[in-house]
Design a protein around this ligand. Structure first.
Ligand code: SOE
Length: 377
């Protein structure tokens, strides 16, 4: 029998739209035993949150997230606000016995994330962090192929996430639209915002990172703060380049920046193993490039796999082979897995505890960027 699962959203920005779309649509495509209902949304800006509620069909609005958490008719709290607010909301939600879903990164630092993990585990409430790129079917296919041993021993994992929207010194820091540039709100710059995605996918596919060294840079040292109107030192990393050694002996290279002119969301990854290579590009997200060294010499070459068939991950629930899907589907898949986890009792990853590891790696990157030293994890 299908149960109703009442969702309480905190926030109304870009990520709240991506998550709301997932909650609203998941039950049309995935039978998970739970039908999410957009029950309430909370934010301080009452006119904006009312407009958001109307657009997405939320049944009610609260001006304070505490009121949303206090409500008996809310089952799950979904946190889509700047990183500095994650911990307080998540801990309060867990203590009130709600399921808690949190936009990535879990927290600004590992130290801030630890009590969040403790709170959800103490309360025994289902929890998950929205690292959505794991659920792009092509990325899931790569994970499955690596796990099945198709690449053999892994030598290299390579990933980058490139953007270009902060190159102008006129972009402010802080405030609703540009809090990602304010170290107090975000915790870090590209490391926690972009590289965290690459790291989450990497440790999921290739296992844990044993040690790393990083170069980080802040190209623009001062920006006006949107809230005070005053120029203030910039505390975030604008770019990061990282070398890692994985526990399985392979080498990793990671890069993220908001200063790669022409790149808007250039997330790419590649893995090289003894038996083959696999690569993926977010801008062509339905495809996997596969080199199989096992193919007879004269026919050996890169194969372009269009990941839209019914036997590809998640695709059996969508259209017919050949019809592509997009960015928003990764969130629908994540919520489908979360609901499936409720049904089976096997929690969907990454849980808060899983995502704390990504925070730990991000902290090491920031520390190494300052010291120039290798960090053992
Ligand atoms: C930043 O521009 C951003 O929106 C990230 O915050 C998201 O996590 C990433 O998926 C796309 O870029």
């Amino acid at each position: 029998m299908t149960k109703q699962l009442n969702v309480g959203m905190v926030g109304y920005g870009f990520m709240a739209r991506a998550h709301s779309n997932a909650w609203a649509n998941v039950a049309h495509f995935f039978e998970t035993g739970n039908r999410p209902v957009l029950k309430g949304v909370a934010a301080r800006n009452t006119s904006r949150v009312r407009h958001f509620a109307e657009m997405w069909g939320y049944e009610s609005v609260e001006a304070d997230w505490r009121a949303l958490i206090a409500r008996k008719d809310i089952d799950a709290i979904d946190i889509c606000v700047p990183n500095d607010l994650h911990a307080e909301i998540a801990i309060a939600a867990a203590q009130a016995g709600k399921m808690v879903l949190c936009e990535k990164p879990l927290a600004r630092t590992e130290a801030e994330g630890k009590p969040m993990v403790d709170a959800v585990e103490k309360a025994g409430v289902p929890n998950m962090v929205w690292y959505n790129y794991r659920r792009v079917p092509a990325v899931t296919l790569i994970k499955n192929m690596v796990e099945a041993g198709r690449l053999g021993q892994i030598f290299h994992y390579r990933a980058k996430f490139l953007q270009d929207w902060t190159i102008s010194p006129d972009v402010p820091q802080g405030g609703a639209a540009t809090w990602r540039l304010d170290v107090d709100a975000a915790g870090s710059g590209v490391t926690g915002d972009l590289l965290a995605h690459c790291l989450d996918t990497a440790i999921w596919i290739n296992g844990g990172i044993a040690s790393l060294t990083a170069m980080t840079e802040t190209f623009i040292k001062e920006r006006v703060h949107a809230e005070t109107g005053k120029a203030q030192a910039v505390g975030i990393d604008d770019a990061a380049a990282v070398l890692t050694r994985f526990g399985n002996g392979s080498l990793g290279t990671f890069e993220s920046t908001r200063y790669a002119r022409g790149h808007k969301a250039g997330y790419t990854l590649e893995i090289n193993g003894a038996k083959g290579s696999l690569s993926w590009d977010l801008h062509d997200l339905n495809r996997v490039q596969y080199f199989d060294h096992g193919v007879e010499g004269a026919q050996r070459g890169w194969t372009d796999i269009l990941v839209t068939d019914g036997d590809h991950p998640y695709l059996g629930k969508w259209w017919v082979p050949g019809l592509i899907i997009g960015y928003e589907h990764s969130f629908i898949h994540q919520v489908a897995d979360f609901l499936e986890g409720l049904r089976t009792g096997k929690p969907a990853a990454p849980t808060f505890r899983d995502a704390l590891e990504t925070n730990r790696i991000c902290d090491a990157i920031i520390a190494s960027g300052k010291s120039g030293a290798w960090v053992n994890l």
